[in-house]
Design a protein around this ligand. Structure first.
Ligand SMILES: C[S@@+](CC[C@H](N)C(=O)[O-])C[C@H]1O[C@@H](n2cnc3c(N)ncnc32)[C@H](O)[C@@H]1O
Length: 213
């Protein structure tokens, strides 16, 4: 089964270090999770999706593939909001390509099952302010944040975990604005958010306007 990674998914996978369990929540084609198949330290790859079609296609592709270690792969037909992920393994968890609302619900649900050594990578495609507001008021802490540009869209990527020594997630972002790509992203967001008139959007525009580079 071919598992080619886009630049965005490749960036997400680059956060892997010595984790023993991989969770690809909202896996769709499964490329991200399956990219860890040959990584010797990975004991288990969990591919999760609530879509009947996704699971059917995934199972059929896996059956027809040349993968020789299927025991390592677990396909779960489930919403991320219903998952049980508790284990003693060191986990890397990907929640990418969903809306901020779903991402927030999944994070809220899995938080109780996370160990301090686990790392969660999120990359929502919309409602980022809503998600950041939640993260800012939660126990999640920021390890790293970045912005990626793919197929004419910007995506925020946040690496988060529960280690109290890490910093809080800022409501509007901090590191992401520093790179040249971050500056293009800022201009693009200013254009979008200036058309919105709710208090949070106005506050965000004022914040972006105030960044002087
Ligand atoms: C756009 S695809 C993203 C695929 C891949 N993660 C990526 O970033 O390229 C979104 C996937 O999330 C799944 N999905 C939607 N709601 C979900 C939920 N609540 N829990 C888990 N997966 C969900 C969809 O079925 C779909 O396969």
């Amino acid at each position: 089964m071919k598992s080619s990674l886009s630049a965005r998914l490749s960036f997400l996978s680059s956060f892997y270090t010595d984790f023993t369990e991989v969770w690809d929540i909202g896996c769709d084609h499964g490329h991200l999770g399956l990219s860890f198949l040959d990584v010797k330290t990975v004991k288990r790859i969990n591919l999760v999706d609530p879509s009947d079609l996704v699971i059917k296609t995934l199972n059929s592709n896996l059956k027809d593939s040349y993968i020789t270690i299927p025991d390592k792969i677990v396909v779960k037909h489930s919403k991320g909001q219903n998952l049980k992920i508790k284990s003693d393994e060191k986990k890397i968890i990907f929640i990418a390509g969903m809306g901020g609302k779903e991402t927030k619900e999944i994070l809220n649900h899995i938080e109780k099952d996370l160990n301090l050594s686990d790392l969660v990578l999120i990359s929502p495609h919309k409602n980022i302010l809503e998600l950041r507001a939640y993260l800012n008021s939660s126990s999640f802490r920021l390890y790293k944040e970045a912005v990626i540009f793919e197929n004419q869209y910007f995506y925020q990527v946040l690496a988060i975990g529960l280690l109290p020594s890490m910093s809080k997630v800022s409501p509007f972002g901090s590191e992401i604005w520093l790179s040249p790509l971050g500056q293009s992203y800022r201009l693009s967001l200013l254009k979008t958010f200036k058309a919105h008139h709710d208090p949070i959007s106005r506050e965000f525009v004022a914040y972006l306007d105030g960044l002087s580079y």
